[in-house]
Design a protein around this ligand. Structure first.
Ligand SMILES: NC(=O)c1ccc[n+]([C@@H]2O[C@H](COP(=O)([O-])OP(=O)(O)OC[C@H]3O[C@@H](n4cnc5c(N)ncnc54)[C@H](OP(=O)(O)O)[C@@H]3O)[C@@H](O)[C@H]2O)c1
Length: 200
């Protein structure tokens, strides 16, 4: 298993130490396309069963206060990176047994589910990555790869905050179940961590 993070951290080091060599960690900024290509090259020939895009940022400004620079940073991280990483690692995934590419999206990217307005920047990057995952699911079906976005729930992380509905363990356990259960009939569909299908 390989885990990437923007900066080396004590937590990643601890994972590597306690996982008996089963997890290898890598420093990777997902906006650095050359570094993504270099890592894919470094791992060439290693099959990957599940490619999971997790990194994301939530920066929001209200109508009339749009900050196009922070929005573009969100676009690079939330929208461009999952596609770039999939492009770089598609051969690794095709060589794996699981053949899954999953991106953590958000219900806030659901246009059909938007009843509150606002959050133009975050919503648009997640709606965008949903479109990316849908196209990817069609393009990669012939290679037997399942591609889908997933909503992790409102989770008590740095992003979700302390008032969020569920803890990370509940979210991760749910996502693991949903991802493991995905079949070719589910590729290009948008589920949450409980396996409920969400509107685009
Ligand atoms: N929490 C929620 O309620 C919720 C709900 C819906 C969707 N999501 C989605 O779930 C995913 C995980 O969110 P989270 O709650 O764990 O957020 P988080 O607590 O803010 O963590 C985000 C992670 O992304 C990393 N990251 C940011 N920019 C990066 C970059 N350029 N390169 C590499 N890594 C980068 C951060 O690294 P640093 O620590 O180095 O900054 C951090 O580890 C995100 O895609 C988010 O949009 C979360």
């Amino acid at each position: 298993m390989h885990a990437c993070a923007r900066q080396p951290s004590a937590a990643l080091g601890e994972i590597e130490r306690t996982a008996s060599g089963l997890v290898r960690t890598h420093t990777l900024d997902v906006t650095d396309h050359a570094a993504i290509d270099a890592l894919a090259e470094q791992l060439r020939g290693e099959p990957i069963d599940l490619l999971l895009n997790v990194a994301g940022v939530l920066v929001t400004t209200g109508f009339g206060k749009t900050n196009y620079e922070t929005w573009m940073r969100s676009v690079r991280i939330n929208l461009f990176a999952p596609l770039k990483i999939a492009e770089a690692f598609v051969d690794h995934v095709a060589a794996g047994e699981g053949r899954r590419i999953v991106t953590l999206s958000s219900v806030l990217g659901s246009i059909g589910g938007n009843a509150a307005g606002g959050m133009y920047d975050y919503r648009s990057t997640k709606a965008g990555v949903n479109a990316v995952m849908k196209s990817m699911s069609l393009d990669l079906a012939r290679r037997g790869i399942i591609a889908a976005p997933i909503h992790p729930g409102w989770v008590r992380t740095d992003m979700g905050g302390p008032r969020a509905e569920i803890d990370p363990q509940t979210s991760v356990a749910g996502m693991r179940r949903v991802i493991a259960g995905l079949t070719s009939a589910d590729t290009g569909r948008f589920f949450n961590y409980q396996g409920e299908e969400l509107p685009w």
